[in-house]
Ligand binder design. Sequence first.
Ligand SMILES: *Cc1c(COP(=O)(O)O)cnc(C)c1O
Length: 238
Amino acid sequence: MTGTERHDEVAERLAAVRARVAEACEQSGRDPAEITLTVVTKFFPASDVRLLAELGVTDVGENRHQEALEKVTSCAGVPVRWHYIGGLQSNKAAAVAAYAQVVESVDRAKLVAPLARGAREADRPQPLDCLVQVSLDPPGERASRSGVDPKDLGALTDLVAGAEGLRLAGLMAVAPLGEDPDTAFARLARIHDDVRARHPAATWLSAGMSGDLEQAIAHGATHVRVGRAVLGPRPPIK
Ligand SMILES: *Cc1c(COP(=O)(O)O)cnc(C)c1O
């Protein structure tokens, strides 16, 4: 595919996703300006990140440290915010904190100290925005997707909020397989209300992907993470 063909394909898909976001906002009486579209670029080349920036995308998401680091390095000067959305090993957390503007997958206490250290050592102008990833799996079935058990969420959000170099920006979640996303995101909205009662600045709610962004927006998502609907089917893992 030529660069022009890729440009046109992505531009068309992006317009369709933006129209879906606008329609979902219309349905729930929300302002589309409240929603940040984070395009998930995992497995796609750095050239797609540049293309997305040209098309007005401000936020991109990556889920593997090595791949993210290569892309961030190759995209120096491209005006996008990098969201780290993948499973995070504690020995990589400080390195991720050095290049990501947002870490969405804080799912255990062990990550907090290395993230905070990485953020402070990177001499960031602002604290690193962190989202605590919460599991929406029904009790008893947890761990099929990552995320902290809701019963441990209070302790983890307090820890992030109290860490120098980090800012507790809100929550992230993935709808569990096999449950209606509408039901899962309704539960998430209540969990988010509880967190905000304690941490009023934790206003971000990252939920919704290619298949369920409408349901997420209906339940208050401020950030949607969309990969395939914008970029097409993912290339196989290298
Ligand atoms: C891959 C991924 C997405 C994007 O999924 P699509 O179905 O391609 O939209 C969103 N969130 C997380 C955590 C992901 O790993």
